[in-house]
Design a protein around this ligand. Structure first.
Ligand code: BTN
Length: 226
């Protein structure tokens, strides 16, 4: 049995599981403390986005991790992709895609100098795409499972996160590279465009530029083109 997930607070509805988990972390909650919800009224994503999920159709979870590894954002992407199945890929830094559609998003939040991180994961386990806001219809994906599969999926995700937390960096980078959704593909980002050339050993995205040369992205958001 995994050590992550205890104690657990499950809420039928809340603003954001990351909010609840952060409150618990600030109050001294132990490593592995888990908050789940069936529904969020203010789910949030990276880059100031919102995160939408129809009630009861998605895994919405936040786990408190003490002393997380440097590569936690990538590690979490690998863990969630592995739980999502053999066709799941990771789009740097940690979106999880199936057939280029986003099935999961990950938001790691901390409050320096605190030594904890709240790792928030939204995974569209049983989401009917028609139930999502229209603007997500062309980009979102789903595992296409049933609501009853949310709980077993949670167990797989927790076991996966626990496993990647103790991976040596080289093994983690190998696992990430095996599921890299971007390598060899044309991408754009706020600073330009180019062809993704994998991640370096610090977990940064390497991009080959159209005019020759390379850029290395340490943070931010990239988009697949075409
Ligand atoms: C992203 O892709 O932008 C990250 C999305 C993270 C969504 C999850 S759902 C559970 C947890 N609570 C939140 O408010 N956000 C994360």
């Amino acid at each position: 049995m995994t050590a992550l997930g205890r104690p657990r607070l499950h809420l039928r509805a809340t603003t954001s599981t990351n909010d609840r988990a952060r409150e618990l972390a600030q109050a001294g909650a132990p490593h592995g403390t888990l908050v789940t919800a069936s529904e969020q009224s203010a789910g949030r994503g990276r880059q100031g986005r919102t995160w939408s999920a129809p009630a009861g159709q998605a895994l919405l979870m936040s786990v408190v991790l003490h002393s997380p590894p440097l590569l936690l954002p990538l590690a979490a992407g690998v863990a969630v992709a592995e739980a999502a199945g053999p066709d799941a890929r990771v789009k740097w830094p940690n979106d999880v895609l199936i057939d280029d559609r986003k099935v999961a998003g990950i938001l790691a939040e901390s409050r320096p100098p605190a030594r904890w991180v709240v790792l928030g994961i939204g995974l569209n386990v049983a989401v009917r795409l028609d139930d999502l806001p229209p603007e997500l219809h062309t980009t979102a994906g789903t595992l296409g499972l049933q609501p009853a599969d949310v709980e077993p999926t949670l167990a797989r995700v927790l076991a996966g996160v626990e496993r990647v937390l103790v991976l040596e960096p080289a093994a983690l980078l190998d696992a990430y590279r095996a599921r890299d959704a971007l390598r060899g593909r044309e991408i754009t980002w706020s600073g330009g465009r180019g062809r993704a050339a994998g991640i370096d050993d610090a977990g940064r995205l390497v991009v080959e530029l159209p005019g020759g040369g390379r850029s290395v992205l340490a943070a931010g958001e990239v988009h697949l083109t075409g």
